[in-house]
Design a protein around this ligand. Structure first.
Ligand code: PHE
Ligand code: ZN
Length: 860
């Protein structure tokens, strides 16, 4: 293995504090590609300029198949290549360096650099894929203007795309053709992209706020063209929204999106040429669910918004990743909220944070939003950097208010346009524009761990106070924490009238504090962390009665949802620890919500769902997967039976709808299938038939997959028939087949492990496609009861999959490791089995540094 510490054998650790500016800048680069799937020849001409006064050579990262030639100012040069770095000694202050190398797209199973997917050639360069294309100082603070020429077989690759503007194209010899693209905006190499393939485009135009016409294209395989309408509508909405909300106008004459089936992440914001995992582009009612439609709108917007928050202003180094990602996630969340329901979007975003980020923050892989060190940067595209990063930006928005926040982003964009900057630069712009001191707030970037707040109302002679305490738990490398500034939106609700008083924002910035609340009613109930104003865990002494009251009356929709969740959680954790609990308060609260005619069905759907098994586990000292499953299913059945007429009403009320895509229709579909789930939970004899009828008669994927998801938990003949029908109908559509795998991996049946192991041997299962791998393996690893089977079979299955995938695609393999790192939260038997799998991985010869980093840190 290259790149290891010669004495310990461990790969090197990169530290934020070691940052130093680049020795050489590359203001201009021109590239010439002779494309072929087996071999592609890449010639690069770099104009380099010494940065500062030093005598050091030019260092180019290079992970190509073969280096054919290197010249300096046109002459052969004595270069040195070692440890994947090419060293070129240069005398003068500037020079022209030319390289010619060979790369092998078809053999590129890592999907980093130039690779082949479905006969198309495409690139992925973030974070460090460009070095797999051509030797280059592969770091985000080296910004260059790119000129590119590519040529290839015209029949195989009729479409040739790259960043920027198409400046020339023509025919070549032997059935080839070529195109030249120039990108006028200097950019780091991680934003470089090109595509060659047999593609067709959904074309449209957008006229910007200053009246410039932009040509838009969404490029897909010929048969997929009808599935691009939603992505196009989302793109145009996002372009408009960014002008209106942030004053950001698009800057090139062309904006292209390409859909690719084999892709490590969701999508990539390459300048003017976004490349997408096809699951975030393609949708029609027959094949995509409402959740898919929402995700497409969110990801299309996210990548488009990066044009300013990422491309025009980029990151100085990879420790600053949240500078672009946290901010851009906040932007896409706000966009989606504006396009639909703010309340439901906020609930979804918090659910996501709790499912993915809270466990990360509570485990061995916890790291600050701005990490201090890494072995492999790909491992830091995490929920902490993305989703907690977005919460950090949102808190600044909350503290400053929308006008001052906008002044801050205006200043940030104008001050740093064309630069590679740090999280500190962002906060500084916010401070300078608003006059608000954020020095203490910076702790949110440096301290890991989810703060825990204890809040209660106390009666003092002067009136009602809220008493607050905070604690930030220790995390790896950070045993002792300072108190954080925590913005909490609070209000008091009057138990007599249900009305709120004294809604306000307080910032808890000490370990403990007590704040007087004016105008408190006689029987006040505390509503706290309204709209989830801070990414923290709040513990209160509110009784079941208080929570039920809030779940029926809180005027803040998030707090209302949260009160219900808390009531359910309290009931379930009590049931798990004592073997049973009083279900009545939950049942009454659900009844109230279900029959509240003023509520939006989409909100009701979220509110009546029980917390997930893993979320219940996260709140327990030692997770007991069997007891959690049993108690949660018991409460589900009780809710189903006691409220059965109401579930049947809700089901009937929405069942006859013809498909339409709008918020009301989406809410109806969601509530209908949740009602179906509760009817099935009663064990009613007609439940399977009802679900099968929904499956057979539905005119859309949301209802079809919803019905399948209900059937798959049972043992009916309808279950097998529906699974079979689904497979037959969609076997040639990869994205839909992924759903077939996922639905089965998430089943609550006791034999799910057998099924998952069998599915891993199914002819349609493959490790080569990251979506397919995740559809089965990642889905299974969040099925808490099945994955944590006391035999350890689930752990072994996951570790086997990781090791197999690691040989092909280390980045995607490493993303599957975290569930095994949660061993501290389980009983000794499970913990030992989980550790044994991690140890087995770490001891595997030839293990990638990606998996090594995740597995070794998970053992610590
Ligand atoms: N930068 C991409 C995004 O969040 C994510 C990504 C990272 C894609 C690395 C590919 C590789 O928008
Ligand atoms: Zn992003």
């Amino acid at each position: 293995m290259l790149d290891v510490n010669k004495t310990t054998g461990a790969p090197p650790v990169i530290r934020r504090e070691d940052y130093s500016p680049p020795d050489w800048l590359v203001p201009d680069i021109s590239l010439d590609f002779r494309l072929g799937a087996e071999r592609t020849i890449v010639r690069a001409t770099l104009q380099v300029r010494r940065n500062g006064s030093h005598r050091r050579p030019l260092l180019l990262n290079s992970e190509v198949e073969a280096i054919h030639r290197v010249t300096l100012n046109g002459e052969p040069v004595n270069y040195w290549y070692e440890d994947q770095v090419l060293r070129v000694p240069i005398e003068g202050e500037s020079a022209t360096v030319e390289t010619e190398v060979r790369i092998a797209p078809r053999a590129n199973t890592q999907l980093m650099g130039l690779y082949e997917s479905n006969a198309m050639l495409c690139t992925q360069c973030e974070a460090q894929g460009f070095r797999r294309i051509t030797p280059f100082p592969d770091r985000p603070d080296v910004l260059s203007r790119y000129k590119l020429r590519m040529s290839g077989d015209k029949a195989l690759y009729p479409v040739l795309l790259a960043n920027g503007d198409l400046v020339a194209s023509g025919e070549g010899e032997g059935g080839t053709h070529w195109a030249e693209w120039h990108d006028p905006f200097p950019k780091p190499c991680y934003l470089f992209a090109m595509v060659a393939g047999d593609l067709v485009a959904n074309r449209d135009t957008f006229t910007t706020m200053s009246g410039r016409k932009v040509d838009l294209g969404i490029w897909v395989r010929a048969g997929d063209l009808p599935k691009t309408a939603h992505a196009m509508a989302s793109l145009k909405a996002a372009m408009k929204w960014d002008e209106e909300v942030y004053g950001r106008e698009y800057d090139l004459d062309i904006f292209n999106i390409v859909a690719v089936d084999d892709f490590n992440f969701g999508a990539m914001e390459n300048k003017g040429l976004n490349i997408f995992n096809s699951r975030y582009v393609l949708a029609d009612p027959d094949t995509a669910t409402d959740a898919d439609y929402d995700a497409i709108a969110g990801v299309v917007a996210h990548e488009y918004f990066h044009n300013w928050s990422g491309d025009r202003v980029t990151c100085r180094d990879w420790f600053q990743l949240s500078l672009k990602e946290g901010f851009t996630v906040f932007r896409d969340q706000s966009f989606s909220a504006d396009m639909g329901s703010h309340a439901v979007k906020r609930i979804e975003d918090v659910k996501m944070l709790r499912a993915a980020q809270f466990p990360e923050d509570a485990g061995p892989l916890a790291h600050p939003v701005r990490p201090d060190s890494y072995i492999e940067i790909s491992n830091f595209y995490t929920a902490t950097v993305y989703n907690k990063g977005a919460e950090v930006i949102r808190m600044m928005h909350t503290i400053l208010g929308p006008e001052r926040f906008r002044a801050g982003t205006d200043l940030y964009f104008s001050r740093h346009d064309g630069q590679a900057v740090t999280c500190e630069d962002f906060v500084k712009a916010m401070e300078d524009a608003s006059g608000v001191d954020l020095s203490h707030f910076r702790l949110w970037y440096s301290q890991a761990g989810t703060p825990r707040i204890k809040a209660r109302l106390v009666n003092r002679t002067e009136g009602v106070h809220v008493a607050l305490e905070q604690e930030v738990p220790p995390t790896p490398g950070q045993p002792v924490k300072q108190p954080m500034p925590i913005p909490l939106r609070i209000a008091l609700l009057d138990e007599a009238t249900g009305r709120p008083t004294d809604e306000r924002l307080i910032v808890l910035d000490k370990a403990s504090d007590e704040i007087a609340l004016d105008g408190a009613p006689a029987r006040p109930v505390l509503s706290i962390n309204r709209d989830f104003s801070a990414p923290v865990i709040v513990e209160t002494d509110r009784s079941a009665v208080d929570l039920a009251f809030l779940s029926a009356h809180d005027d803040d929709p998030f707090a209302r949802y949260e009160a219900m969740q808390q009531l359910m959680l309290d009931t379930l954790t009590a049931a798990v620890s004592t073997g049973g609990a009083d279900h009545a308060p939950v049942i009454e609260a659900v009844r109230q919500t279900l029959t509240d005619a003023n509520l939006d069905p989409a909100f009701i759907a979220e509110a009546v769902l029980l917390p997930s098994e893993s979320f219940i586990g996260d709140r327990m000292a030692v997770v007991d997967p069997e007891a959690i499953r049993a108690r949660r299913e018991a409460l589900r059945a009780d809710l189903g039976r006691t409220l059965e007429p109401l579930w049947r009403d809700a089901y009937r009320a929405h069942v006859a709808n013809r498909y339409a895509y709008n918020p009301a229709a989406k809410g109806a579909r969601r509530l209908k299938t949740i009602a179906l789930g509760y009817i099935a939970a009663t064990g009613a004899p007609d439940a399977a038939a009802l679900a099968k009828r929904q499956y057979d008669e539905s005119d859309n994927m949301t209802d079809r997959q919803g019905a399948l998801g209900v059937l798959v938990n049972g043992y009916s003949a309808e279950r097998d028939a529906a699974l079979q029908a689904f497979y037959e109908r969609y076997r040639t559509n990869g994205l839909v087949l992924d759903k077939w795998f996922t639905t089965q991996a998430l089943s609550t049946r006791d034999d799910v492990l057998d099924q998952v192991e069998a599915l891993a041997g199914h002819p349609d299962f493959t490790l080569a496609n990251p979506n397919r791998l995740r559809s089965l393996v990642a889905a299974f690893s969040v099925n808490q009861r099945a994955f944590h089977d006391a035999s350890g079979r689930g752990y072994r299955f996951l570790a086997d999959m990781i090791l197999a995938e690691d040989k092909l695609n280390p980045q995607t393999a490493a993303k599957l490791v975290p569930p095994l790192g949660r061993w501290r939260r389980f009983d000794e038997g499970r913990a030992a089995l989980m550790r044994a799998e991690l140890e087995r991985m770490v001891a595997t010869p030839g293990l990638s540094k990606d998996v090594f980093e995740q597995a070794s840190k998970s053992l610590a």
